[in-house]
Design a protein around this ligand. Structure first.
Ligand SMILES: [Mg+2]
Length: 388
């Protein structure tokens, strides 16, 4: 079997609700999306729910090659981007190709990815995540209440700009999840908004009222000394890693005991990269959690990671180009089925419709950093959030 060609389709979609965090608290319901296809001479294709123009530069490394030799393809791509780095567009393309190759490999075997990766357990514990700094207290409650109805007993809430509001909103999430458990697990995510001292002060204040399971990205992603200081001065575990690119980027965090939990995904150099980071974490007895993604396909990989704790589920309605995706949540677990590959099936008609829709504005994502981040500046700007 040989790889013959590829295609990338880009589109925009208006989600069911806006997403927002401390760097973009007003949120946005418009996102840019794309799908990569890698085709073979035997008519089987692999897909990834991402991809960009840089795929063309990397495709020469896999064209005419056997798609099953994924590790070699991954290593060749990593070596190709050596000087400029596994960063930005190149990084996105590399991750997308690796994901599509794993999807393809599973489809060649006619089995779901969790099985190809060696798991016998087609389910994954999940936690609910609002990514909804823009949501009113009632909307926040309704989201977590809906997840608690499905047995989800853990939730992560976006915080960072106003401690008073943040404590109240954590209470809202706690109350909603109490339907699923007497002691729901609460996580907070401030998306690198704080300085080290501010992080310690703020989380300590929150911990006067609530037990926090983990505090995510309390300070900058590369500040291993700062992350360790935060960890040593709060009760909650410190989780970080989602904005690092590959296993090498985790070296300073792990070797300096700067993080208690690593937050990882296939965006860290594909399925191959995610497995590498999880393996090194396993050696250090560090738990990993997986990030949210279109179609929840990270669950396929998570089910084959022994030190995996739970996966983030947001479900804001990003699967409009698909006729099938991984959405069976029961008893707090995402249950995977036997669909070959990532568990996603693209609907070409839906995709065409999305591509021809006229949306006369640009998506704000990827969000930039909010003015005031890293400084001791509190409070929202006028009109920034429209809570009632
Ligand atoms: Mg996060």
């Amino acid at each position: 079997m040989k790889i013959t060609d590829f295609r990338v389709e880009k589109y925009q979609q208006i989600m069911d609700r806006p997403l927002g965090d401390s760097n973009g608290p007003s949120g946005d319901d418009l996102i840019n999306s794309s799908i990569l296809w890698i085709n073979t001479d035997e008519g089987i294709s692999g897909q990834a729910p991402m991809g960009n123009d840089y795929v063309e530069n990397l495709f020469q490394l896999i064209e005419g090659k056997d798609p099953r030799e994924i590790f070699t393809h991954w290593k060749n791509m990593i070596d190709f981007v050596f000087k400029a780095g596994d960063e930005g567009e190149a990084h996105g393309a590399l991750s997308a190709i690796d994901i599509a190759l794993w999807d393809l490999k599973s489809k060649i075997y006619g089995e779901p990815l969790w099985k190809t990766l060696g798991s016998d357990d087609p389910k994954c514990k999940i936690y609910a995540s609002d990514i909804g700094y823009n949501l009113s207290d009632q909307e926040l409650f309704d989201f977590f209440d809906g997840m608690a109805e499905k047995g989800v007993d853990s939730g992560k809430v976006k915080i960072g700009i106003s401690t008073e509001d943040d404590v109240r909103r954590i209470g809202v999430v706690h109350e909603a999840l109490s339907k699923a458990s007497k002691r729901p697990k609460i996580m907070v995510d401030s998306n690198e908004y704080w300085s080290v001292k501010y992080a310690i002060q703020t989380i300590s204040k929150i911990e006067e009222k609530f037990d926090i399971f983990w505090a995510e990205e309390p300070v900058r992603r590369w500040d291993y000394k700062g992350l360790r200081l935060v960890s040593e001065n709060i009760k909650a575990a410190v989780s970080t890693g989602e904005n690092l690119n590959n296993v090498g980027d985790f070296y300073s965090l792990i070797s300096n005991q700067a993080a208690d939990i690593l937050n990882v995904s296939t965006y860290q150099s594909g399925v191959t990269g995610l497995k590498q980071i999880s393996n090194i974490a396993y050696a250090f007895e560090l738990p990993v959690t997986t990030m949210n993604c279109i179609g929840n396909y990270n669950a396929q990989i998570a089910s084959a990671i022994p030190n995996h704790v739970m996966m983030e589920v947001v479900d804001p309605g990003r699967e409009q180009a698909y006729s099938k995706w991984n959405d069976n949540i029961e008893d707090g677990f995402l249950h995977l089925d036997d669909t070959p590959g990532l568990g996603l099936i693209v609907d070409e008609n839906k995709l065409k419709k999305l591509q021809s829709a006229k949306i006369n504005r640009k998506a704000k994502a990827p969000w930039g950093r909010r003015k005031g981040a890293g400084l001791y500046i509190k409070g929202f700007a006028k009109g920034e959030v429209k809570w009632k």
